[in-house]
Design a protein around this ligand. Structure first.
Ligand code: FAD
Ligand code: SF4
Length: 552
């Protein structure tokens, strides 16, 4: 039963305290708007990271596991992946998945916004690279992006605010190989501080990035954004699981109903504008669960597309073994270098679009005998154990091959008919199959990556075609577009159906590009927040929420 106490009506109610919610909260509060953010989890407890202990590798996948199905923290919700080739990964707490992300930072390329025009498939975005460029520049400063500007794969003027990490011996080998092959490579750009910046300390290169950064160098928004948000007066409510976005008889959003996970009580939080920033799984889950008499198929879903067109960047790896000792357990884990040589459609292949390659270190000793990134590990035990560790530890590198995922309405997030979370909210069900285009794309890129490793001097290579637990990038499930018949939100994230409801996260992306998405997600949140600020006087507001304001 909902507990209806007299409560403040905020200008903006935000669901989710990850990068999207944090960027929006900060910008809106800077302009004097009153903002409340409801987050189902808590601040991460970095003391649980045994980053400097011998047991680090053994314990890293417990509290800080990236798969919520393994972690099973109270803030997580169940995700049914029985019908999915890829499992979505995330962190549910203040900071969102930036607590765990590798922090490889990218912009989309101009062609990524015009896939229909360039390749005759998928869709164009209702905005261009030029529209987003100023916002990319601003968020790159806020997220302490380090690297080398001027990558020729991008239009001129792409500069990077913080100095790069030095190239390692491993980077130099692969770079020289690409120079000989005539293939693109560039030093890695990462949202990891190399000098003190925006509350972050310089990286000490322990390589624990994807299990939380104890040392405070990685730009996770619990560090880079939330302290400022709190200072600006944003109210952040932890352990608040939002069950529904509510609407009034005028069809406008009135606020949200959430459960306080501490007390188990339900509350209604009114707001003039609602922003959902719960990621590509959490956002459609919430909109679908907000079905009502007036919106029987879920809120904002007159197009029928809420939850559909899920994209997750299918990911495979190519590892190389070398005679050289690279010390490649050192961080940052993100990306040491990358290549966009094969990131666009090519005339000599039978598939559309392409992949980004990121050169990664291998991790510690335990990583040499795991399945990641080696594929099968059945032959590493027994008498093979010592020779395998000796052969692999410090003497290997891998290309992570991140495939552009084309949108398909068959790949989707829906509500599970049986499974619920601890608060009775239906679980998310993922239906996702990698397409033939994806398989062809991955195979082609993996063959080229083997060539790259061989040219760099690898005497042996191992290919892992498609890894299941790699759904780091959860995109596309609430499509942005101009036409309400075939999209859910407009170019500024505003719902076509409910004009005071906004979606700000990767779910709005009409196509996925091949690169890591957080730069784009953050730039969109900043752009869309500025549109809210600009239109605040003409913003339609539900009469029901206004009535509460008078009474509050
Ligand atoms: C292991 C890993 C590695 C990654 N590596 C990279 C990388 O190298 N580069 C890159 O660009 N990206 C990477 N990503 C992706 C990156 O983390 C996301 O793009 C980014 O976090 C998206 O931000 P967001 O705020 O939109 O969503 P999220 O970060 O997922 O935040 C959503 C928040 O909403 C909350 N929420 C959801 N539902 C509800 C509800 N009903 N009520 C209340 N709160 C709710 C969640 O608890 C969560 O805190 C990685 C992700 C993972 C998991
Ligand atoms: S390598 Fe750098 S960014 Fe990664 S966990 Fe260590 S200090 Fe943090």
């Amino acid at each position: 039963m909902t507990h209806k106490e007299r409560t403040t009506v905020y200008d903006v109610v935000i669901v989710g305290a990850g990068p999207s919610g944090a960027v929006a909260a900060r910008r809106l509060a800077e302009e004097g708007m009153s903002v409340i953010c409801l987050e189902q989890g808590e601040y991460p407890d970095y003391t649980k990271l045994r980053h400097s202990g011998f047991e680090f590798e053994l314990t890293k996948n417990q509290y800080f596991a990236s798969n919520p199905r393994r972690r099973m923290a109270p803030s997580d919700y169940p995700v049914n992946v029985v019908d999915s080739d890829v499992e979505p990964l995330m962190w549910n707490g203040v900071g969102g998945s930036s607590v765990l992300y590798a922090a490889a930072w990218h912009r989309l390329k101009p062609s990524d916004f015009r896939v229909r025009t360039v390749d005759g498939i998928a869709d164009d975005w209702p905005l261009t690279y030029a529209d987003l460029e100023p916002y990319y520049t601003r968020v790159e400063n806020d997220f302490a992006v380090s690297g080398v500007g001027g990558d020729p794969a991008y239009p001129p003027g792409y500069e990077i605010p913080l100095p790069p990490f030095p190239l390692t011996q491993m980077d130099r080998k692969l770079a020289a190989a690409h120079d000989r092959l005539g293939w693109h490579w560039w030093p890695g750009s990462n949202s990891i501080a190399t000098v003190k910046h925006n509350g972050l300390l310089p990286c000490v290169r322990r390589g624990a990035c994807t299990w939380g950064c104890f040392d405070g160098a990685k730009a996770s928004v619990d560090r880079t954004h939330w302290p400022t948000c709190i200072r600006l007066g944003v109210k952040l409510v932890q352990n608040a699981r939002v069950l529904r976005v509510e609407t009034g008889s005028d069809g406008l959003a009135t606020g949200v109903t959430y459960v306080d996970r501490g007390t188990g009580r339900a509350h209604f939080q009114p707001g003039r504008t609602v922003i959902v920033s719960a990621n590509g799984v959490g956002t459609p889950r919430l909109l679908l669960n907000s079905a009502s008499k007036d919106h029987p198929d879920g809120l904002a879903n007159s197009s029928g597309l809420v939850g559909k067109r899920l994209m997750m960047h299918p990911y495979g790896t190519v590892s190389g073994l070398f005679d050289d000792f690279f010390e490649n357990w050192q961080g940052p884990y993100g990306q040491r270098s990358y290549s966009l040589e094969f990131a666009e459609t090519r005339k000599d292949t039978n598939f559309y679009r392409g992949a980004k390659w990121q050169l990664m270190g291998m991790g510690g000793a335990l990583a040499t005998v795991g399945t990641w990134p080696w594929g099968g590990n059945s032959d590493v035990w027994g008498e093979n154990f010592h020779p395998t560790v000796q052969k692999r530890f410090g003497r290997s590198a891998y290309w992570g091959i991140m495939a552009e995922d084309l949108p398909s309405e068959d790949n989707m997030v829906s509500l599970d008919p049986d499974l619920t979370d601890a608060d009775g909210m239906p679980a998310a069900k993922i239906t996702y199959k990698a397409s033939q285009n994806t398989w062809d794309l991955l195979h082609y890129n993996q063959e080229r990556a083997v060539e790259s490793m061989r040219e760099a001097g690898a005497y042996e290579t191992a290919v892992m075609p498609l890894q299941r637990e790699t759904g780091w990038h959860i995109l596309g499930s609430v499509r942005m577009g101009e036409d309400p018949r075939n999209s859910v939100v407009d170019a500024f994230g505003r719902s076509h159906d409910v004009p005071n409801l906004f979606v700000m996260d990767g779910s709005v992306m009409p196509t996925s590009g091949a690169v890591n998405p957080t730069g784009t997600v953050a730039a969109l949140a900043l752009r869309n927040s500025e549109a809210i600020i600009e239109n605040r006087r003409s913003q339609p507001v539900s009469k029901a929420a206004e009535a509460l304001r008078v009474g509050s």
